[in-house]
Design a protein around this ligand. Structure first.
Ligand code: 9MR
Length: 460
């Protein structure tokens, strides 16, 4: 349980690493700002010079506080809405979606060229009250509809989505956390990822958790899930490591190695909610270590701190952030910036001779093909349909799918359905009718009963 007022309780399981980290801290000591001529002077610019982002959690109601927003504008190039995109905030009653608070953050960030991390589509906490009346297929459908609606609304605006948050149990068991979502069936996580991919194909889709920062039973379980997803083609692009540290749960000595082993599975890794309780040089050195760990892993493409000033933190009494209550830079800030400025670019240095141009032969055949990826559970399904153009550009398409008897379409995205049972035709909508030769677009639908396995495609 996350309890902002009693944070130590949920972090207990990582207390074992204390001794190791003391050694790490003793050798860290990067407290001087790099003096190279091109050292950037803000967190965001320094991270950008290494091909990464440096972000912060943002609360919409604080944007009118000028100290807060000045630091935000100056220092960060990515934001995560701290609470505004959660299920209780975005769907307070079933089927009624409210985005005004999240929009304030998203629109402001995008206007300033900042990235946005979406947090979080499916989570056992901060659910609206109405979900407690649902279980089984009804809850599964409600969750998938939520994922679909929110990810569709923000389609094209989100760099990375925390599709599923905190689904694994603490302690040594290495299993899933019991929750209402888990009780809809073990495949709820992959169902959520598939729905998110269909709704926003360009966003990176992350699994996000805490107490997974070092190698332990919980991170091993997440690792096994990511490995399984990659092997079965379940769409996952990144893993978020929350990284809430304090004396009982310090930065683990194998932090970098743990990030690297996940990256080696073929996913990006991101530090998503960094905060480190403490003060002075101890805290500063830990921040530098965390930054260096990310910089040392090529696929660690961003760091987000969980708030701006200490007073903005969910655990303010632990003074875990980079700015003090008045907005002054702390030693931790100086040290994090120095570590960023000593980082190496992730991109290879530019080559002087451009690579020879390659020509791609045009795909053979005309018309289009459609393939179905089905996510079936007892009583319902989500179908993701990929429409691929043949040798000619499509300027409109329609896909036909025949539903088995008793099945019905309840909800469609990225296409216009005619009918809901039997053979249903799905036509393109305004924004996805044009598909270049050989390229693809996806649409999806949710239904009750058993979903269809094949689709035909017609260019129109
Ligand atoms: O910082 C968030 C705080 O304002 C909320 O009250 C709390 C409710 O659960 O969630 C906090 O953010 C959490 C994040 O969404 C998921 N990981 C743990 C974070 C700290 O509790």
């Amino acid at each position: 349980m996350i309890d902002p007022h009693r944070p130590q309780r949920r972090r207990r399981v990582l207390a074992v690493a204390t001794g190791l980290t003391a050694g790490l801290l003793a050798t860290a000591g990067a407290l001087t700002v790099a003096s190279t001529a091109d050292a950037a002077t803000t967190l965001g610019a320094s991270a950008a010079a290494t091909g990464r982002y440096f972000g912060t959690a943002v609360a919409a109601y604080k944007l009118s506080d000028s100290t807060y927003s000045n630091i935000l504008n100056t220092e960060f190039n990515s934001v995560t809405p701290e609470n505004e995109m959660k299920w209780d905030a975005t769907e307070p009653s079933q089927g009624n979606f409210t985005y005004s608070s999240a929009d304030q953050i998203v629109n402001r960030a995008r206007a300033q060229g900042m990235k946005v991390r979406g947090h979080a589509l499916a989570w056992h906490q901060q659910q609206p009250g109405w979900t407690s009346n649902l279980s089984g297929t009804a809850l599964r459908n409600a969750m998938l509809n939520h994922v679909t609606q929110v990810a569709t609304y923000y389609r094209g605006k989100i760099d990375s989505w925390d599709v599923v948050n905190e689904a694994f149990a603490d302690g040594g068991g290495g299993g899933r956390r019991d929750s209402n979502l888990q009780r809809t069936g073990n495949d709820w996580i992959e169902a959520a990822f598939r729905a998110a991919r269909t709704a926003d194909p360009a966003a990176k889709l992350c699994y996000n958790d805490y107490n997974t920062d070092g190698q332990n039973a919980k991170s091993n379980a997440v690792y096994a899930m990511v490995q399984d997803f990659k092997s079965r083609g379940v769409p996952i692009d990144c893993v978020g490591f929350q990284s809430h540290f304090n004396a009982q749960s310090p930065l683990p000595s194998d932090y970098q190695a743990n990030l690297q082993r996940f990256a080696n599975l073929g996913v990006d890794v991101q530090i998503t909610e960094l905060d480190i309780e403490g003060s002075g040089s101890t805290q500063a050195n830990s921040y530098a270590s965390a930054v260096r760990a990310c910089l040392a892993v090529t696929r660690c493409n961003g760091i987000t701190v969980w708030g701006i000033r200490d007073s903005d933190s969910w655990r303010a009494s632990g003074t875990p952030l980079l700015f003090d209550n008045s907005g002054n830079k702390k030693a931790a800030y100086t040290s994090a910036l120095a570590a960023l400025n000593n980082g190496q670019p992730t991109d290879p240095p530019p080559t002087t001779t451009p690579p020879p141009a390659t020509t791609t032969p045009p795909p053979s055949g005309s018309g289009c093909t459609a393939t179905v990826s089905l996510n079936q559970w007892n009583g319902g399904f989500v179908a993701t349909v990929r429409v691929t153009a043949g040798g000619n550009q499509l300027t409109g398409w329609s896909a036909g799918l025949t539903l088995p008897s008793g099945a019905a379409v309840t909800n469609t995205w990225n296409a216009q359905a005619s009918g809901s049972s039997g053979t249903v035709n799905f036509a393109n909508v305004a924004y996805n009718g044009t598909v270049n030769a050989g390229a693809s677009t996806e649409f999806g639908f949710q239904g009750t009963g058993t979903g269809p396995g094949t689709a035909s495609c017609t260019a129109r």
